[in-house]
Design a protein around this ligand. Sequence first.
Ligand code: BMP
Length: 219
Amino acid sequence: MGQKCSHSRIIAALDCDNAVEVAEKIGNYVRAFKVNYPLVLKKGLKVIGEISKFGEVIADFKIADVPHISSQIAECAFESGARGVIVHAFVGSDTLREVVRVAERFEGDVYAVVELSSEGGREFMSGVAEKLAKVAKEAGCRGIVAPATRVERITRLRKVAGDMIIISPGVGAQGGDACEALKAGADFIIVGRSIYTGDPVKSVVSLLERIKQEGLDGQ
Ligand code: BMP
């Protein structure tokens, strides 16, 4: 992941209509961009290519279908210029392996959601997240998605994840703290509204400064 700002530990979630404009402004400060369904449904898949001019794109389609459909979704994402895709780990090994197989063709990465950052993530996912992380690891996923809203869960999941990358959403608007998530074992934090609402450059720079002050900037 990441060529532009190789030490940044921020992945910007561009869930805003002016995503391309924001990407151009903050491309030098983030490690990657995460693009989600609402944006692609509104702007079309071509938006992935447009954003990828300013940094690597992870296509967050939270793929969760049977293998032959999931692999086609991943293919669409990679063919559009994504360097990574996000899948749901609960789909099981067959789908995960199939998506990893597609990613390998494009030299891309697969990240598996093991526990959502929302309250609902506690209902079912918390109880099986470690198991899901293990399955994702065995299937060859590059990383897992774990909640910054419950940093103790990141710490627990790190034990299973080993050298897999942990990317962690829920920072800022959902109540999670960037530095606490990194301290708990996340490699990267995913930040959306706290960056793109207001002045994106100011917000991302001040977040980077906080991370640096705490000695968590990974340099
Ligand atoms: P925000 O920082 O504005 O709350 O955005 C969080 C982003 O991370 C959204 O794109 C959302 O889809 C994603 N996300 C999340 O919030 N929790 C998860 O568990 C998994 C996610 O992908």
